[in-house]
Structure formats: C-alpha cells, structure tokens
Write a protein that binds this ligand. Structure first.
Ligand code: GRF
Length: 207
C-alpha cells in the first residue's frame, strides 16, 4: 500500500481528484495518510476533513526563521512515514533537506507542458496568462518529479489541451484542470503505487 501525503495551498480540486480516484478505484493500492497546507483557510483542508483524512496547517509565517519552519515541516511530514509526497498547488518552497530525504519521492502537478511557462514566477493563473500572451495553440499539464530546481525535475506524465478562441486565463485554467490535471495526477500516483515508474537521471520510464 502506497502511503501518500498531499500538500496543498488552495481550493484542492487536484486533492479532490485524488480522493475520488482512491474511492472509485482508478487509483489502486494507495492511502492518503495526511493533507498538509500552509494556508489555514485553504478549502483543500475542508475537503480532507469531510473525507476523514488527517490534516494540518503549518506556515513559514508562524516561525522566527525559514530554517526553523523547514525543520518543523520535515519533522511533521516524517511523523506520517509516507512513501510519496504529492504537491497539489502547494505554494511554499520545498526545503532542500526534504528534497534530499525524499529523493525521487516528491511529485508536482504543473499547469503547462514543461519546459514551457514554468519556473520562477509561473504559478496559478500566471501560467495561463503566459500561454495566452504567447499565442500557443496547445497547452496542457505536467506531472514531474521534484528536484532542487523549480519545475525542473524529470517529467513523469503530460497531457495536451487545446487553447480556444476567446479563452481567458480563468477559462483556460479550468479546461487544463478538467482535461489534464485531474487525469494525469491520479494516473501518476496509481503508476507509482504499482511499481510501474523507473527514474534514471532526468528520464522516467513507465512499465
Ligand atoms: C492547479 O492549477 C495546479 O496545476 C497548480 O495549482 C493549482 C491548484 O489548484 N499547481 P487546486 O488547489 O488543486 O484546485
């Protein structure tokens, strides 16, 4: 059984897709051990509560230094003894010591086809604004392994989504969520839960 922690900061629609996937069997061999947010008002925490999933809030704002936050954040995560950490719209920089401790065991969903529209400053609606400003005809979402960089780790899954006439960043964001994010993030977890992913350097292989 793959034990996972899901890290969230906002509405939690990707978390909901994972909860639904576990409940309807599209995600097998997986248990959501804990949901962790930096934002006590995140609706994602309510989703966890409604589904009787352990949840907690920890924010850098509550600590004197970032180092103190990083230490406590890692200690709390370790206490759940999870196999995989899933970043689902988590807006806090993952501490280097956590990346080292969970090497190749942290995945992130990014709402573009990496390497487009990613990296520092590209998050939330800004990703879709970038795609619309550039005039791309195809965008999408990416699930990747988290490494020391920002959106730079090995790519696990991607799914393309068409940009349509008249799209606003909000309309495009919703389509990317519905047609890509909520499909590939659960799929990635199920693949990992069933031992079907191998990571070699910057490449991943799915059996
Ligand atoms: C999603 O668009 C995801 O791609 C990005 O942050 C957003 C989180 O949305 N990383 P939600 O909290 O899962 O609804």
């Amino acid at each position: 059984m793959l034990k996972i922690a899901v890290l969230v900061s906002g509405g939690g629609t990707n978390l909901q897709a994972i909860i639904d996937g576990v409940n309807n069997g599209t995600i097998t061999n997986t248990k959501i051990e804990v949901v962790i947010s930096n934002n006590q008002n995140a609706y994602a925490l309510e989703r966890a509560q409604k589904n009787k999933i352990a949840n907690l809030c920890i924010s850098p704002k509550d600590f004197e230094t970032r180092a103190a936050f990083n230490e406590e954040f890692l200690r709390k995560l370790d206490s759940y003894q999870v196999d995989l950490v899933v970043l689902a719209g988590f807006l806090v920089v993952i501490p280097p010591e956590m990346i080292a401790a969970y090497k190749n065991r942290i995945i992130n969903i990014h709402p573009s086809l990496i390497p487009s529209f990613c990296g520092t400053g590209y998050y939330g609606l800004k990703v879709h604004e970038g795609a619309l400003n550039r005039g791309v005809k195809i965008t999408g979402a990416t699930v990747h392994i988290v490494d020391e960089g920002t959106d730079t780790g090995p790519i696990l899954l991607q799914k393309a989504v068409e940009v349509e006439e008249g799209d606003t960043p909000e309309i495009l964001q919703r389509r990317v969520m519905e047609q890509a994010e909520w499909q590939i993030l659960p799929k990635a977890i199920d693949l990992i839960a069933n031992g079907r992913v191998r990571v070699e350097g910057q490449k991943t292989y799915i059996k």
